[in-house]
Design a protein around this ligand. Structure first.
Ligand SMILES: Nc1ncnc2c1ncn2[C@@H]1O[C@H](COP(=O)(O)OP(=O)(O)OP(=O)(O)O)[C@@H](O)[C@H]1O
Length: 225
């Protein structure tokens, strides 16, 4: 269970981009978060995944308040999350072959013995053929790289998956393949999903419930002057 209570966050304390946002993600739930470009969805998604420290408010993970973010967060909290971002080229180390990209979290957490098995499983689950696994990011398409980023997000078997506009740059067939891979993973593991986007049709089809930004956070226009 993930609860955000009155979270305020941004890049300048005097002008936060997220104001008093609250939402609850129950175990196994798929929650969509819809809103216009620039409203603060990605910032809130990053706070929810412990990647960005909020200026105010509380975040509870299974009832325990989160006190540290990013590399300071305890490993068991950090590894509860798998995150996929909108732009795979910004999220992937250009020097790594796709197999190493997928295996990165296993290496970082000392689980090298699991690498061959998990990489093979996840390449299959995300539709990556073996020849693609030996290529570097500049040698594959955006869609192929995003498949590898999704595989990396799943490699530690997270309880909560945060997909921030995961399919925004992709064609319909790659979008369908990635959504199907996420759904299969959720069916097998019972993981929850927070899917951020601006495509209501996709979010409604994908999620149990879709919230609009104005139901989650105060708008910047409401800010006290
Ligand atoms: N690293 C940063 N430094 C300063 N400002 C930022 C930074 N990242 C985002 N912002 C600003 O914060 C605001 C919210 O950005 P955010 O990416 O959270 O919105 P979004 O709703 O996800 O938008 P989109 O749908 O276009 O991805 C924007 O005005 C943006 O310019």
């Amino acid at each position: 269970m993930l609860e955000l209570r009155s979270v305020t966050a941004g890049y300048d304390r005097r002008a936060p981009v997220v104001r008093e946002a609250s939402l609850t993600l129950a175990p196994g739930q798929a929650l969509g978060l819809l809103g216009p470009s620039g409203c603060g969805k990605s910032t809130l998604a990053r706070v929810a995944a412990l990647l960005h420290r909020p200026d105010a408010g509380t975040l509870l993970l299974d009832g325990t308040p989160v006190r540290r973010w990013r590399h300071r967060a305890p490993r068991e909290q950090r590894t509860a999350f798998g995150v996929v971002f909108q732009q795979p080229r910004l999220a992937a180390d250009p020097r790594l072959r796709l197999a190493d990209l997928i295996a990165e979290p296993l290496r970082a957490t000392g689980r090298r013995d699991q690498i061959p098995g998990r990489v093979t499983e996840l390449a299959e689950a995300t539709g990556l053929t073996p020849d693609l696994l030996t290529r570097r990011p500049h040698e594959v398409s955006d869609g192929q790289l995003q498949r590898a980023c999704l595989a990396r997000a799943l490699v530690l078997r997270p309880r909560i998956l945060v997909c921030d506009e995961m399919t925004a740059m992709l064609d319909a067939s790659t979008t369908a393949a990635l959504v199907a891979a996420v759904e299969r993973y959720r069916r097998e593991t019972g993981a929850a999903l927070l899917a951020v986007g601006h495509d209501r049709t996709l979010l409604d089809r994908w999620c149990d419930r879709t919230l609009h930004w104005h139901e989650v956070a105060r708008s910047r226009a409401d800010a006290p002057t």
